[in-house]
Design a protein around this ligand. Structure first.
Ligand SMILES: Cc1cc2nc3c(=O)[nH]c(=O)nc-3n(C[C@H](O)[C@H](O)[C@H](O)COP(=O)(O)O)c2cc1C
Length: 200
């Protein structure tokens, strides 16, 4: 195989396809007219442990960003592989007055602290309040504070390794291609750390 390195300066918007796949979440919001909205976003991660905060990179053209600006809250559902079709389908652009809950058959249920509904079929839901949003280019970085986590008991293991590995993981490649949990590797850093410390 060729070891030639390409130095690319054009079409760099495709650079995203060289980053490892992310786990998409479903974000539910409510419009000012009371219409529920649901959309998948893969550009998602936690960005503070305490206070617990999450962030998402979302196109400002989306109903989700408009609803978050208007309503200041959103609910994040963590989908399972069984929901891959619904996750993909919720990416369909619908007029703001229509709901992807109707398109996907997923069920909105009442949240405790926010107006945006939880997604019943997602075993984990984060109720979030908008902390801030910033322009990053053609996306907006939305940071939310997690006020409450609604999690099915089977996923709430006290052991953090078990808690993470028990998740029914779903990753998004692109264009409707998803990946699920593969091999678990247990890394060992002892040899590298000891060698480094013996030198310094
Ligand atoms: C699995 C999946 C992941 C997606 N991830 C993102 C993302 O991270 N950011 C983004 O702006 N759009 C993403 N999209 C596209 C949006 O979901 C799409 O623009 C959607 O129509 C937005 O819905 P809304 O207008 O109801 O908010 C993704 C689509 C799919 C199917």
């Amino acid at each position: 195989m060729s070891q030639k390195t390409l130095e690319i300066t054009e079409f760099l918007e495709k650079v995203v396809y060289l980053t490892p796949p992310h786990a998409p979440v479903l974000v539910s919001t409510i419009s000012p007219f009371g219409n529920s909205n649901l959309a998948p976003f893969e550009q998602f991660m936690t960005c503070s442990d305490f206070p617990p905060r999450v962030c998402l990179a979302i196109t400002p053209k989306s109903d989700t960003v408009r609803n978050i600006r208007d309503g200041s809250d959103f609910c994040i559902g963590i989908p399972t592989p069984a929901l891959a079709n619904q996750v993909f389908a919720c990416g369909e652009p619908l007029p703001r007055q229509e709901s992807e809950f109707d398109l996907s058959g997923l069920t909105p249920t009442r949240s405790k602290f926010i107006t945006s509904p939880r997604i019943k079929e997602c075993p984990i839901n984060f109720e979030c309040k908008l902390h801030w949003e910033r322009d990053t280019g053609d996306h907006v970085l939305v940071v939310g504070t997690v006020l409450l986590v609604a999690v099915q008991e089977q996923y709430w293991d006290v052991d953090k390794v078990k808690r993470r590995l028990n998740l029914d993981m779903l990753y998004y490649a692109t264009s409707g291609h998803f990946l699920t949990k593969g091999q678990v590797l247990q890394a060992n850093k002892r040899e590298l750390v000891d060698k480094y410390k013996s030198r310094n």
